[in-house]
Design a protein around this ligand. Structure first.
Ligand code: M6R
Length: 369
């Protein structure tokens, strides 16, 4: 049933290209438009929205963080992302023109369910992004967009994360299209890139041998730090979460620019720092900023594991270990950069002798508040 893999997690990581393709299937027209007839909110409903809230937990929350960048950039309406467990206790400002997107693989996470119930009480419209047909969260939502990732057995979320990203990209582009803030050819250009991600991901998955050797080296580290900027920041948080839950190691993710405001004091001789580098394409301002953050940590003795785009040759000088990923437009980059971090956590956990699919103290879906 593990299809020749040692763990469900590895099988599910390998299934990601197909999971993305399946999540796109039937939702893109030949002309490169987004077709989301299944989302039962009228075009008028979607035009009336003036604010988006995303609520989710754990890995799904990280997908929401990425979505905020995409939605605000494409749709030009404010989008906030919030941990579902915090949402209703804060008395957020919600009304009929607020769209609340609840992201959940299982559809049964109690914190997310309670957040969506609160949103409904306040008359907001609730759209679920969910991987489990007929589960509670989509049943209680006004509309649902299913991720077609197939069953995810391992406790650690992998293919669900990438398909959640795809679902939020579809929603963002759909909103931009309906509200007329993006031209048809602009939407079509992103759609074309989305269509090419399964192949790019297959290529990436075939080049991960090195990560296994790296995992053996890192398995005795006392802490591993992850840094990124923009959409690389949630990827850093996700890399750290995976390592904590699977390898039981101390790990933390940071916005790269925030290090100098305190956390850089953690860095000691040999501290591993995983750095997620943005694409150098375009003006590459963000990429250069991250590279200077890498120099800062190296100056303090860090050992750097750098995730960068193929062809970014200059970054080599700052990497003790370099992992390259295929080129993608900035907002789509987490579909690539997350994958080596999933494999790294899985392999470190295995090298430490842990049960990768069933980490201690954790359940696949958390049905208590
Ligand atoms: O089923 P959900 O997507 O609502 O679950 C949310 C989190 O519990 C989940 O993503 C958790 O953080 C994962 N085990 C992380 O790998």
């Amino acid at each position: 049933e593990k299809g020749g893999y040692d763990y469900f997690m590895l099988k599910e990581i390998a299934e990601q290209p197909q999971a993305i393709a399946d999540t796109l299937l039937g939702r893109l027209s030949d002309r490169g438009e987004i077709v989301l007839d299944e989302v039962r909110l009228t075009d008028q409903d979607l035009r009336d929205i003036d604010k988006v809230f995303i609520v989710a937990c754990g890995t799904a929350y990280h997908a929401g963080m990425v979505a905020k960048y995409a939605i605000e950039h494409w749709v030009r309406i404010p989008c906030e992302v919030e941990l579902a467990s915090e949402f209703r206790y804060r008395d957020p400002i919600l009304d009929r023109s607020t769209l609340v997107i609840a992201i959940s693989q299982s559809g049964e996470t109690m914190d997310t369910l309670m957040a969506l119930r609160h949103a409904k009480e306040q008359k907001a419209r609730v759209l679920a992004i969910c991987n489990t047909n007929g589960s509670t969260i989509p049943r209680e939502s006004d509309a649902v967009l299913y991720t077609h990732g197939g069953p995810e057995i391992a406790v650690a979320s992998t293919k669900a994360f990438l398909t959640q990203l795809v679902a939020t990209y579809l929603i963002g582009l759909h909103l931009a299209q309906i509200r007329g803030v993006m031209y048809a050819d602009e939407v079509a250009a992103v759609v074309e890139k989305l269509r090419s991600t399964p192949d790019a991901l297959r290529e990436l998955l075939n080049s991960m041998e090195d990560v296994r050797a790296l995992a053996r080296d890192l398995k005795t580290a006392s802490t591993v730090l992850f840094i990124g900027r923009h959409v690389g920041f949630p990827v850093a948080l996700e890399g750290a979460l995976k390592l904590k839950e699977l390898a039981y190691m101390h790990a933390e993710g940071f916005a790269a620019g925030e290090l100098k405001h305190g956390p850089i004091a953690l860095i000691d001789q040999g501290t591993p720092v995983v750095c997620v580098v943005p694409s150098p394409a375009g003006r590459g301002v963000m990429r250069d900023k991250v590279v200077s953050n890498i120099q800062e940590v190296r100056a303090r003795g860090a050992r750097t594991i750098v995730i960068a785009e193929e062809g970014d040759e200059d970054v080599r000088a700052y990497a003790d270990h370099l992992i390259t990923v295929p080129h993608t437009p900035t907002l789509l980059a987490p579909l690539m950069t997350t994958v080596p971090l999933q494999i790294l956590a899985c392999e470190i956990a295995a090298a430490r002798g842990h049960d990768v699919d069933q980490p201690r103290n954790l359940a696949k879906s958390v049905t208590v508040e």
